[in-house]
Write a protein of this length. Sequence first.
Length: 134
Amino acid sequence: VEKTRVLIGQVMGEVARQIERVGFLFGQASYLLRRILPDLRGNRLVVRLLVEQEKLVRDLWGESLEELLAAVSGGNAGYGLCAAAEAYYGGQWYSDALRLYKRALRCDNRCQEALIRSAQITALFERDHGHAGH
């Protein structure tokens, strides 16, 4: 019985060490990903993925998407939101693009790309559907 307790104690200790190691590795991966994000901010698909995985962004780094994009874009979250919106726009996902351009304008109401694209998409919706928002 005593040998079994010792064995179980050793197994539990090893499991705890491995869980700690996995936590450390996740922390390292999170840190490294955060460090390379500024180099990837111009990649519209990477930024689009961050938008699509917004909850994961909050869980991983403990900050909002806008806070993350501002941190990796020199303080301008609108830049990253416009990059993601452009990825949607290029794929003709106009409703998603418009939603992100409007979100970019909430971060920077003078963003020319967001102003122009929002107007273009709204005009497209009005022309094709008779009113905006579809």
